[in-house]
Design a protein around this ligand. Structure first.
Ligand code: NI
Length: 167
């Protein structure tokens, strides 16, 4: 397995800029490229080493629309790999949960999000899929898709509950 990579951090101004930039869509030619699979392996290893439940490519310095969701939070208990994901349906019903982010360590805040979402995405072979997610699974997917749009949970948080001084 590849080695875990350093996480890009909000508190580093040079890294913050990329974290706040919308990521590039993965082009059709890039599907099935070994480099893409290797990048997902690196993202997965990096996520698990950091005890995260999701990771987006900008968090390891790649401005690409790729995210991984940990098996612990998916409905089928398999890691979910998302390429060019789009939320095409979200419930009116929301809930408020405390979130954190591997790129903003030791900071937590309350974020309201839809409880259920339907997301379309592509897999590493370029095949389209749709996933219905709810509760924590839905929340993590939304958090990661936000990363791909250059948005961080602190942009959405109604209050910072811990670590305000570390921002
Ligand atoms: Ni995050």
């Amino acid at each position: 397995m590849p080695k875990a990579l350093p996480l890009w951090l909000y508190r580093r101004p040079d890294q913050r800029q990329l974290l706040q930039t919308p990521a590039q869509p993965v082009s059709f030619e890039a599907y099935s490229e070994p480099a893409l699979t290797k990048l997902f392996e690196q993202m997965t290893v990096t996520m698990y080493k950091a005890n995260g439940i999701g990771l987006a490519a900008p968090q390891i310095g790649h401005s690409l629309q790729l995210a991984v969701i940990a098996a612990e939070v998916t409905a089928d208990h398999q890691p979910l790999i998302l390429i060019n994901p789009v939320i095409n349906n979200a419930s009116q019903e929301t809930d408020v949960v405390e979130e954190g982010c591997l790129s903003i360590p030791e900071v937590y805040g309350l974020v309201a999000r839809p409880i259920r979402v339907q997301v379309t995405y592509f897999d590493v072979r370029g095949q389209p899929h749709t996933v219905q997610a709810e509760q924590l699974h839905a929340r993590v997917i939304q958090h990661e898709i936000d990363h791909l749009q250059g948005r961080l949970f602190i942009d959405r948080a109604t209050s910072i509950t811990k670590g305000k001084e570390k921002l």
